[in-house]
Design a protein. Sequence first.
Lengths: 272, 257
Amino acid sequence: MKFHNGDEPPVRRPRAQVISKRFDRIFMELANIASFVGRFFREVFLPPYEFKEIIRQCFEIGVKSLPLISLTGFIIGIVFMNQSRPSLAEFGATSWLPSLVSIAIVRALAPLVTALIGAGRIGSMIGAELGSMKVTEQIEAMEVSATNPFKFLVVSRILATTFMIPALMMYTSLLALLGAFLNVNANEGTSFTTYFTQVFDAITFLDIFSSVTKSALFGFTIGVVGCYKGYHSSKGTEGVGKAANSSVVTAMFLVFIEELLSLQVITALRAL
Amino acid sequence: MKETQPVIDRSNCVINIRGLEKSFGDLDVLRGVDLDLYKGENLVVLGKSGTGKSVLIKIISGLLKPDAGTVNVLGQEVPKLKGRTLDQLRLKIGFSFQNSALYDSMTIRKNLEFPLVRNRRDMTRAEVDRMVEIVLDAVGLSQTINQMPSELSGGQRKRIGIARTLILQPEIMLYDEPTAGLDPITCIDINNLINEVQARFHTSSIIITHDLTCAKTVGDRVVMLLDGQFQRQGTFEEVFRTDDERVKLFHDYNFID
C-alpha cells in the first residue's frame, strides 16, 4: 500500500522491539548512575578535600532553605493537630494528641516533607546550576585549569545534601511540634511542659535514629540525582530546563520508593 | 598587522601531532591531521563550522581522547597522561573558550583567582592580588574586578576569559573562536590583544577561527581544515593563492571586494 503522494507508509517496528529498546535505555541509565555513584565513593576519600566548597554548599543548601522549611514545618504541625483532634475527641482521647502528633511527625512527616521540599528546591537548583555550567563550558574550563570538576562540583554538593537534609529534618520536626503545641495549647490549654513531656515520652531512640538515617539517604539521593542530571545535561538551554525538571521528578520518585523500603526495614527492627 | 615581529624558534616544536583521527558515531571529524606548532608562533586554524577545529584543541588539552594518532605537547604524549601528570601539563596550556566560560556565580576577581589559589597554594594573598591586577591590566579591564560576569559585555567577557588563562603564565594558548559573536571594532581589540599576549607573555598559540580578518591579523602561519584534513598551509596570502573552489569561496564570502 502507498500514500496518495506515492510515499511508502512508515514501517512500524514490532512492539516487542520497542519495549526492548526502552528497557535497554532504562538499564543503560541505571548503569550510568551506578558508575556515577561509584565515582563519588572513589573521589570522596581521595585528597584534595574541598572543605571550603562543602561549607559553602551547606550554606546554600541548608541555611537558604530555612525560610521555606520553617513555614512548611510550622503549618504542618498546626494542620495535623487540627485534623487529628475530631477522631480522638470521639473516643474522649484528646489527651493523646501530643503523643500521636509527635510519633507522626518524627517518624514520617518531617523526613518526608523535608525530603520533598529538598527535592523541589535543592534538586532543581543543583540540576539547573550544573546543567548551565555544562552547556556554557564552565565545567571544561575548570578541567583545563587543573581542577577536578567532579570533586569540586559533584562531591561537595552530594556531601552537603547528605548532611543538610537530616539537619533540616530535625529543624522541621521541632517547628512542626511547636506549631502543634500552639494549637493544642489554644484548644485544650495543655501547658508547654506537659506537652513536651508527652512528646518525648512517645518517641524512642530508634525513631530519631531511623529518621536521621533515612533523611541522610534522601539527601544523598537528592544530591546524586541533581548532580547526575546536571552534569550530563546537553542540548543547550533546553537541556538545562530538562535537567532541572527531571532532577525533581526522579528525586521525588526515588524518595517515595526509599520511604517505603525504609518503612519495612524499621518495622522489622522494631519487631526484634 | 603586528607592531613587532614575533620571535619564532623553528627548531623548538611545542606541539607535534601526527595522523590524528577522531570520529563521533558515523561522523569522521578528523581524518589524519598532522600539525606542528613552533615556540613563539601564532598558528591559525581556519575552517567552516563543524569541521572539527574545536575538537582539535580539545584533544590537545586532553578534554577529548583521539581515536588514533599521536599528540605530543611540550614533550608529553597527551592521550597517555592521567590525573596529576595531565593537570601539571594543563597548567602550561591556556584555553580561551568560545563563550568565555566564566564562572557565573563568582565575581571577576574570584574567576581570575580560581586557577591560582587551587594550583599555587604556596602563594600569599598579596601575591595572588598582584597577579590578578597584572592580568586585568594586561586586558585593560581593571575597573571590572568586583563585577559579576553577567554585568559584562561579550567583548569584556572574552578579555576576562583570556586574562583567566594568562594568570597561570601558560607557554601555550589555545583560542577557540576568539572573535565569534563580536562587533567589528571589538574584534579588532581582541585581535590586538592576542598579538599583545604573544609579544608580552611569549606564548605559542593556536587560534581557531573562521574569521579571516582575525586570521590575517594574528596568524604567523595559517592552516585550512577541509574534510577532516589540513588542505592548505602557509602565510595568509599563500593559503588563499589557489584555484581550489572551496578555499576561494571561503575567502570571497569573508572579504566582499
